[in-house]
Design a protein around this ligand. Structure first.
Ligand code: XMP
Length: 479
């Protein structure tokens, strides 16, 4: 038995076992505290928070909101590879000032086809082009507002090209803004010297860019997004996701310290060198180093701390999350590879503890579930609104995978390592996200740290007892 070498067993702690000791601070306002961090080797974020690749947490809607607030969302893989790539494409398209591949339609299509396309891609206007990409017109919400006959052809509804204001692809953003303002238009198609469509600039994107100065963006001004892949179809799925513009591929394996995960990391690194590869999950220094040596650009840490996890109960395996994070941070330090503390964040205090322990980011499922932006409909019961949150290894999720053909029949019979439950509808995720960040900045202020590097250096934990935890919680009744 391996533990014989360190009998009595080494103590492992979780977030609730510790508190951060307050230290001298000269920071005038916690709003001045910088929460910039590294998510992976090449991806920097302004906020150390990412949403989990779970089918009740992150689709394109959640990912867009995460990136706008300075974090990042990881699109789940519980859908076909094409669907997942479409979700990535949606995030990449939504907020770049310069859209390279606008959604287009041909003039012989019907209004019905246009409406379906608008619905699927969540865009409000389509550029009408010929087969060789020559611009023919534009179809905006204004053109179709009062139309009821959906069999009408687009050519009869569109604003024709001679009435469409266009610009050269080389236009500066200031000049584009001036044109949008002057002509009171929402969309400015970019057309090259041969009359072919070369891009699109929209008024909405300007507005959003101004509203979200901390947004996580790539070099082309598009929001950052990650997407999950499994082992079974990992390489093929990765190819579609990379073509859709994904910034990070996250290998979604419960036990990442495994030959299959190591092999997949090596293959992905070789095939897709421009995209950061995130590997996990692990809970030990050995697991971290093996995945880093295979080429991983960030390591996801957490075996069983999640709110919907039952791995530790079913398999008896795992490491309490604070110790797991600290062990993995210490191992990854030499390689300068960031750690993602995945699961078990119950409040902003846990976030502060995870980051103080050296994690680059935390990954959150439960806290972001049940929001307006999480996938799935809410339902009303006894006058209250609910949404579902479920573990990826829950019986429910396994049955859905079997039904979709992604898992062999019979696999759903095995002991599930996750559960599903309903959560009260929480409204907009932004409130939760900002509350978490506020709490983190407060924790940093108590430590006297102006940025995450200082936070990690200055942080001092004390171990507390159950009574210490009880004392920490508010006790009197709220007024
Ligand atoms: P929280 O606590 O934020 O955790 O809800 C989210 C993380 O939980 C992990 N996860 C699972 N772990 N069985 C597990 O043991 C499961 O069915 C399961 N589903 C999700 C995952 O790492 C996620 O990011």
């Amino acid at each position: 038995m391996k533990t014989e070498k360190n009998v009595p067993f080494r103590l492992a702690l979780s977030y609730d076992d510790v508190l951060l000791v307050p230290h001298y601070s000269d920071i005038p306002s916690r709003k001045l505290i910088d929460t910039k961090t590294m998510f992976s080797r090449r991806i920097e974020l302004r906020a150390p928070v990412v949403s989990a690749n779970m089918d009740t947490v992150t689709g394109s809607e959640m990912a867009i909101h995460m990136a706008r607030d300075g974090g990042m969302g990881i699109i789940h893989r519980f859908q076909t590879a094409e669907e997942e790539a479409d979700e990535v494409r949606r995030v990449k398209r939504v907020e770049s000032i310069f859209i390279h591949d606008p959604i287009t339609i041909q003039k012989d299509a019907t209004l019905k086809q246009a409406l379906e396309l608008m619905d699927r891609t969540h865009v409000t206007g389509l550029i009408v082009i010929s087969e060789d990409k020559t611009i023919e017109g534009i179809l905006t919400a204004r053109d179709i507002r009062f139309k009821t006959d959906t069999s009408v052809f687009i050519k009869e509804l569109m604003t024709p090209k001679d009435k469409v204001i266009t610009a050269k692809p080389t236009i500066s953003s200031e000049e584009a803004l001036r044109i949008l303002d002057k002509y009171k238009i929402e969309k400015l198609p970019l057309v090259d010297a041969k009359g072919k469509l070369a891009g699109l600039i929209t008024a909405t994107d300007y507005k959003k860019t101004k509203e979200c100065p901390n947004a996580s963006k790539d070099k082309r001004g598009r929001l950052l997004v990650g997407a999950a892949i499994g082992v079974k179809d990992g390489l093929e799925r990765a190819e579609l996701l990379v073509n859709a513009g994904v910034d990070a591929l996250v290998i979604d394996i419960a036990h990442g310290h495994h030959k299959t995960c190591i092999d997949l990391v090596k293959k992905l690194k070789k095939q897709f060198p421009s995209v950061d590869i995130i590997a996990g999950n692990v809970a030990t220094a050995e697991g971290t180093v093996d995945l880093i040596k295979a080429g991983a650009d960030a390591i996801k840490v957490g075996i069983g701390p999640g709110a919907a996890c039952s791995t530790r109960i079913v398999a008896g395996s795992g490491v309490p999350q604070l110790t797991a994070v600290m062990d993995c941070v210490a191992a990854a330090k030499k390689y300068k590879i960031p750690i993602i503390a995945d699961g078990g964040i119950k409040n902003s205090g846990d976030l502060a503890k995870a980051i103080a322990a050296g994690a680059g980011t935390v990954m959150i499922g439960n806290l972001f579930s049940g929001t307006k932006e999480s996938p799935g409909e809410y339902y009303i019961e006894s006058g209250e609104a609910f949404k579902i949150y479920r573990g990826l290894a829950s019986r429910d999720a396994s049955i859905d995978m079997v039904l979709r053909g992604d898992k062999e029949i019979g696999r759903q019979e095995r002991a599930p390592e996750g559960i599903g439950y309903r959560v009260t509808f929480k409204g907009e995720v932004r409130k939760i996200f900002r509350g978490l960040l506020d709490g983190l900045q407060s924790g940093m202020s108590y430590t006297g740290a102006k940025n995450l590097k200082e936070f990690h250096q200055k942080a001092e934990f004390v171990r507390i007892t159950g009574e210490g935890m009880n004392e920490s919680k508010p006790r009197s009744h709220q007024i």
